[in-house]
Design a binder for this molecule. Structure first.
Ligand SMILES: [Cu+2]
Length: 176
């Protein structure tokens, strides 16, 4: 009895962890508002955006929420108008900067211009806290980045290594 019961709990637990996550992701991607969590370990040794890579549709809204009790974070795009960075958003897209979000504060932006958007956390760019959004376009849309566009400062090496690859985002739609 005891053994059977444990087996049942275990197998249903596995089934949930194996099936619920993709279903939740799919539901999240279909929503009008898609959540991105800002997090970190106690002491701030590791910090992150989750998911770090997303493929969304024009008109969908992204909402960043700081779930890190011990740190402030920002979601700031790479653009010459913001801290003199190199432009890593589509040519005619509007740059955004959330400003510092205290724990449990949120910031939202609605994206309409297709293309690739790279962003970072102002105090944690050098810890590799970056993310990449792709707004899907039609078959003529080019998703290729043009590093150096606008002539501003490029991301540091650790940030460049931390962006999820464009091909992976296009294939997986969501990258943890
Ligand atoms: Cu941060």
């Amino acid at each position: 009895m005891n053994v059977l019961r444990r087996h049942f709990v275990l197998s249903s637990g596995l089934m949930i962890s194996g099936m619920a996550a993709p279903a939740l992701w799919r539901r999240a991607l279909a929503a009008d508002v898609i959540d991105i969590s800002m997090g970190g370990t106690t002491g701030g040794a590791h910090v992150w955006f989750r998911p770090s890579g997303l493929l969304i549709q024009p008109g969908q809204t992204l909402r960043w929420t700081n779930h890190d009790a011990g740190n402030s974070h920002t979601a700031t795009v790479y653009h010459p108008d913001l801290y003199g960075k190199q432009q890593r958003i589509p040519e005619n897209a509007t740059p955004w900067d959330s400003g510092f979000l205290l724990p449990e504060q949120s910031f939202s932006v609605t994206l309409t211009v297709p293309g690739v958007y790279d962003y970072y956390c102002l105090p944690h760019e050098h810890a590799g806290m970056v993310g990449r959004i792709i707004v899907e376009g039609d078959s003529s849309t080019q998703y290729v980045q043009e590093p150096g566009r606008g002539g501003g400062r490029p991301p540091p090496e650790i940030a460049l290594r931390s962006f999820p690859p464009i091909a992976t985002i296009l294939k997986e739609k969501i990258v943890e």
